[in-house]
Design a protein around this ligand. Structure first.
Ligand SMILES: [Ca+2]
Length: 176
């Protein structure tokens, strides 16, 4: 479950990772060590990524952590967020537990949630999202992300979102 909130005047997009439940067990302990990685995507390219803290040995982690990206209003239609729940492993590679996407080009709930955020600016809107099991390199392989808006690659639609990076912050211990 996560909330989305957009401040058009400040050009600030906030995603608050609230919690997850019934995650897949990835470790022999019968649990996982989940953290959430959020990628700011523009036409298939990853502009920024941020992650939450790692919760050890649980399938029902609670985060309440906000991640902020700078996205000017003129770029908001080209942006999507790829949310990946990952299992931390002390030895070896961290594995993908599942992913979901929100944005103009996302499907069903991912697009509905995004549109609801744009309809009600300055208001955090939270929803549960189902995770799909994706390959680790999903951002590069996803044909939907590569198409861009309307399936064209117009050079005038440059991704300028979050170029300065001065306002991006990760609040741990964020409270409602
Ligand atoms: Ca693990």
């Amino acid at each position: 479950m996560f909330s989305l909130c957009y401040l058009p005047t400040a050009g600030r997009l906030t995603i608050t990772i609230i919690k997850a439940r019934n995650l897949k067990a990835m470790d022999i302990t019968g649990a996982s060590d989940p953290y959430v990685k959020v990628s700011l995507m523009c036409e298939g390219r990853r502009l920024k990524k941020r992650k939450t803290s790692t919760k050890r040995n649980t399938l029902n982690p609670v985060y309440n952590e906000a991640i902020v990206f700078d996205v000017p209003p003129e770029n908001i239609d080209q942006i999507s967020l790829l949310i990946a729940v990952m299992d931390y492993d002390r030895v070896g590679h961290n594995e993908v537990i599942g992913v979901c996407r929100v944005g103009n080009e996302a499907e069903s709930l991912g697009r509905d949630h995004w549109n609801e955020m744009l309809t009600y600016p300055r208001k955090p809107i939270a929803h549960w999202h189902p995770l799909i099991e994706g390959p680790p390199q999903l951002p590069d392989l996803d044909p939907i992300a590569r198409l861009g808006r309307g399936g064209t690659r117009d050079s005038h639609h440059e991704c300028t979102a979050n170029r300065s990076g001065s306002h991006e912050r990760l609040y741990s211990q964020y409270t409602k």
